[in-house]
Ligand binder design. Sequence first.
Ligand SMILES: Cc1ncc(COP(=O)(O)O)c(C=O)c1O
Length: 408
Amino acid sequence: MVAAVTVEAPEASADRSDRRPQPLAVRPEFDLPDDVAYLNCAFMGPMPTGAVHAGIQGLGRKARPWTIAPDDFTVPVDLLRDCFARLLGVPGDVDGVAITPSVSYGVSTAARNLHFDDGADVVVMAKQFPSDVYGWEKAALRHGGRLRTVEAPADHDWTSAVLAEIDAAGSSLGLVAVPPCHWIDGGVVDLVAVSEAARAAGAAVAVDVCQWLGAAPFDVEAVKPDFVVGATYKWLCGPYSLGFLWAGPRWRDGEPIEHGWTARANSHCLACLADYTADYQPGARRYDVGEVANFALVPAALAATELVASWDPQRTAAHARHLTDRVAEGAAALGLHTAPAALRSPHIVGVRLGPEVDAEALAPALADRGVHVSVRGDALRVSAHGFNDRSDVERLLGALAELLGRTP
Ligand SMILES: Cc1ncc(COP(=O)(O)O)c(C=O)c1O
């Protein structure tokens, strides 16, 4: 049960010097007050101050449109593609990246272009994010197949459960569309193993990295997916309404879901736009959202993703792991359950609250104490990024102990 919420919020730690040294010290890049423990990047990443300024500056250019040149429609967008490609482990593969407004847009584009046999099924995880499930379900039904939903394994071993479903699907498998970790509690999936099994069964692989990219390394070369979709507003700390679709080399000559002018060949020649052409810009650019050169969002996204990439995903993951491990340890001391470390992602940990706790009441009570996390299902979802530190976690654990009326 959540205890009364009338207790005074704990004093903000004015002196943060008691923190253990962390491998990353990037908090000053963000507008994060010392008395805010923002452990909620899985909901929405804070935008770095530099990215906010880049966005404002970009918006300001609309006040002076004569400063906007033809190159401004392509050069910053290609820089952004380049950054996504690097984070995906395919540096230089600028042609593989389309810019989208959302994960659902990327899934819809991929679903429009994947051709699987009639009656072929799509494997997803139980309670997977709706922007994946809705799009892939439509695609499965269109081909006379269905979704095969992998139930949450009691032992938290999603990889074995997904592999078993691939095995059970046999020749009716058309696509495996699972993420590197579950958005609700960070349960990990070994995508290299899953993708290998899917490909051996003749199926395609699509991956939603929205809850992963920026927080941990991803390796397209190792996973060998057909499509990867993502958004910038969580772990890449970018703006809302800007994402990407990476298309494997054999999927770069497909059909976009809309037909904007910038996606067509020669679109840099503004004077020749009415010389209509059936040809496209190289590679996955054909799938770009219309008005892709958003003068506010693109510079903001570029500044944010470049900053997050500069931390090095390996280091970021190690930093986050240190913090989520402490969350798990502290939660266990309060009698709460988390998945074993090897089966959860470095950056998201789901703390199971048990039926006696009013989960809905807990998140606002924590927020009153300067601790920001999410409740998803019966789990308190705690997420840690490069800007978090040990004092954020201690603030969370202290507030939890107080609200639950338990002592570690
Ligand atoms: C795994 C995952 N994918 C995608 C999204 C967002 O999807 P969209 O960009 O379609 O709104 C979220 C948001 O929480 C998510 O957790």
